[in-house]
Design a protein around this ligand. Structure first.
Ligand SMILES: NC(=O)c1ccc[n+]([C@@H]2O[C@H](COP(=O)([O-])OP(=O)(O)OC[C@H]3O[C@@H](n4cnc5c(N)ncnc54)[C@H](OP(=O)(O)O)[C@@H]3O)[C@@H](O)[C@H]2O)c1
Length: 315
């Protein structure tokens, strides 16, 4: 990629897309194509065709998608399948038609089999049953990974895909109905702390599940660094894991966030609610061999976003 290369970041207002734009600008790229969803609905096949015809981007980062936590994935099952299939199919296909030099597709670690051996290697994709709560999302994303692979095989494209672990950072979603676990915990503890300060009464924070599942978390600025690195250095059909290679139980995460936020009340675990996949730790040895490893540790990253993002505008 040259500094004046025309680079389309699909989903530039989202958490990942905005981090990619920050990274590309920091590296001196100035010819970015950024199109808000209100002006271009990526589900619309002919509109996406016309957009590629007029803009002719040379490089594409595909970070537009319908995303959410367990509840949203489980509730809006049809929408997660349809919208993700449409968005990625349109962008990947038009990138082929309009001879995009390289495309990077954002898949996700939650598309690996529910009971994959740990840590999860890239080759474990499609080796077992999926987590039922996010099966539609996973099926759509797997189709995207396979579309990149098979467009490379049939048409000689240079399309790569990546499997990021759970992300957090600026522009995260703090809506408790649709958010992921880390921003949801931050919001819950923050609100409970504020309520306690206001009323002087002891507060409790209710959390889903047992707290036993283990998860890995990566700051989105690290993800953007990794995607940029892979865009420059990697060609191939394996969807590359991007993570820290370290995990933490949800209970430990809750305790960490409780401490960083300074919430003095009690945590109540509702074990009647689903836990989701028991463990999800990525094997990041391929990423390390490709010359990249994470820089932002979890405690440092959470402190940073708590300082920068709270109080939330609507809280
Ligand atoms: N967040 C994570 O923890 C995580 C982890 C692993 C992988 N990923 C992957 O990273 C990618 C981006 O995730 P994210 O967390 O950045 O999501 P996000 O914050 O919700 O951003 C998604 C972006 O997609 C755009 N979009 C959605 N539907 C669209 C449509 N029909 N037409 C045009 N644009 C549309 C949204 O535009 P508007 O803002 O205008 O609606 C938004 O900019 C996804 O592929 C996801 O699977 C995320």
């Amino acid at each position: 990629m040259e500094k004046d290369s025309k680079i389309y970041v699909a989903g530039h207002k989202g958490m990942v897309g905005s981090a990619l734009v920050r990274k590309l600008k920091k590296e001196g790229f100035f010819n970015l194509v950024l199109m808000p969803s209100e002006e271009l609905d990526l589900k619309d096949q002919s509109a996406v065709g016309e957009f590629f015809e007029s803009e002719k981007p040379e490089y594409v980062f595909l970070a537009a998608a319908k995303v959410g936590g367990i509840e949203a994935n489980n509730t809006y099952r049809g929408q997660f399948l349809f919208e993700n299939l449409m968005i990625q199919t349109n962008v990947i296909h038009q990138s082929y038609v309009h001879k995009v030099k390289k495309l990077l597709f954002l898949a996700s670690s939650c598309i690996y089999p529910k009971l994959a051996p740990q840590p999860i290697k890239e080759e474990y994709l499609l080796s077992g049953k999926l987590e039922p709560t996010n099966e539609p999302y996973a099926i759509a994303k797997i189709a995207g990974v396979k579309m990149c692979e098979n467009y490379n095989r049939q048409y000689g494209c240079n399309f790569i895909s990546v499997m990021p672990t759970n992300l957090y950072g600026p522009n995260d979603n703090y809506d408790l109905k649709t958010s992921h676990v880390l921003p949801a915990l931050l919001r819950k503890f923050h609100e409970a702390k504020k309520k306690m300060e206001k009323t002087g009464q002891k507060e409790t924070v209710k959390l889903w599940g047992t707290g036993k599942p283990k998860r890995e978390f990566l700051h989105v600025d690290d993800l953007a660094e990794a995607c940029y690195h892979l865009m420059l250095k990697y060609e191939g059909n394996l969807s590359v894991n991007i993570g820290t290679g370290k995990d933490i139980s949800i209970k430990e995460l809750a305790n960490l966030i409780q401490r960083l936020v300074g919430f003095q009340g009690e945590i109540i675990w509702d074990a009647s609610m689903p836990d989701g996949t028991p463990r999800k730790l990525l094997d990041v040895s391929l990423l390390h061999r490709l010359g990249w490893s994470h820089k932002i540790e979890l405690e440092e990253g959470i402190k940073k976003i708590y300082k920068e993002n709270f109080p939330l505008e609507n809280v």
